[in-house]
Design a protein around this ligand. Structure first.
Ligand code: ZN
Ligand code: ZN
Length: 352
């Protein structure tokens, strides 16, 4: 079987690997779709001299000594089960919660293995990820894919779209809210779709025309081109000078985070999901005196993944429209080159 490796400086290698054999409690998943996500891009872009540095010094140094297959949005069919597997059976369609924790600590027990108190493994970084034909994983990290969803929709839910769902949920968005969403990449666009599905009036902000067009197609009421207009001024103009009830930053860019805070109205709510980059705020003027509630939201729990997928099914969220580009694993170079331009919706690898 084949697996994709990021070797640094935007180089990708597809290497032959032995077919995996499941041990006790493990399964082998025949991959059907594997999504490209912003965090994969970070590993793709790292200089060769810094390979692995994004995760270095955080308890993973040993795991990083051997390169790992990329991708952390795996979705496929159980092809083989090892001894003592009871949660899933051969033929089951599954998404993956892409972390492995100790299973015993307080965070693991509520399904947040990424916050494991003794350290976790992450598919596509410290363990082989989804950009391979056959993936081995503990059975308890598999989450049933609703039969109404395609494998590529499942892959989207497995990180970017699921992350957006839980960020929007954290903001308690409802039909009485106007919501501004900064960044219309796969996470921000998913946030737009979910906020629309929850009844909000949605203002989508980005700088790329392709993304703004997609945001409009996915239901945004208004789009703001932050390369042409000051988005905070534009949002105030659209909200009778008050600002929005809730805002989400899905960019991780300091100025966009500041804009998300500054475009929230008095008593407003703000959520950050875009990662990286230290950002400076005047806490008194920008946060305290506006009585803001600020949330950070990091992906989701195992059951949270199932919840996001069920919401997509039950509310008819147009997730399939988010997926704009499909590639075979052998075309990975083209897939990542295009994904890096940002001029896409969701990009996925597909198998059949
Ligand atoms: Zn744990
Ligand atoms: Zn991700």
């Amino acid at each position: 079987m084949r697996g994709l490796f990021f070797v640094g400086d935007r180089e990708i290698e597809i290497r032959d690997l032995p077919d995996p054999t499941p041990g006790p409690g493990e399964v082998v998943i025949a991959m059907k779709s594997s999504g490209l996500c912003g965090s994969d891009l970070r590993l793709y872009q790292l200089p060769k001299t810094e390979r692995g540095s994004y995760y270095r010094g955080r308890g993973w140094d040993e795991a990083l000594k051997t390169p790992k297959v990329g991708g952390h949005e795996p979705c496929g069919v159980i092809a083989e089960v090892g001894p003592n597997v009871t949660q899933v059976a051969v033929g089951d369609r599954v998404m993956m919660h892409h972390y492995i924790g100790c299973r015993k600590c307080a965070m693991c027990r509520i399904g947040y293995a990424q916050m494991c108190l003794v350290g976790c493994e992450i598919y596509g970084a410290t363990q082989h990820g989804g950009h391979e034909d056959l993936m081995i994983a503990p059975a308890d990290t598999c989450v049933a894919l609703p039969e109404e969803l395609s494998f590529e929709e499942g892959a989207a839910c497995a990180c970017g779209t699921g992350t957006a769902f839980h960020a929007i949920k954290r903001l308690s968005v409802s039909g009485i809210d106007t919501v501004a969403i900064f960044g219309q990449g796969p996470v921000g666009l998913s946030g737009t779709m979910f906020a629309v599905a929850m009844g909000a009036r949605v203002i989508a902000v980005d700088v790329l025309p392709e993304r703004l067009e997609l945001a409009r197609k996915l239901g945004a009421d208004i789009v703001v081109d932050a390369s042409a207009d000051d988005p905070v001024k534009a949002i105030r103009g659209l909200t009778d000078g008050e600002g929005v009830d809730a805002s989400l930053d899905a960019t991780g860019i300091p100025q966009a985070r500041i804009n998300a805070v500054d475009s929230a109205k008095l008593w407003g709510r703000v959520c950050f999901v875009g990662e990286g980059n230290p950002t400076t705020f005047d806490v008194s003027a920008q946060i305290i005196h506006k009585q803001l509630t600020i949330h950070g939201s990091w992906t989701f729990s195992t059951s949270g993944l199932a919840e996001a997928a069920r919401f997509v099914v039950e509310r008819g969220v147009p997730l399939t429209e988010l997926i704009t580009h499909r590639y075979r694993l052998e075309d990975a170079v083209n897939a990542y080159q295009l994904f890096e331009t940002g001029r896409t919706g969701k990009v996925v690898f597909t198998w059949d």
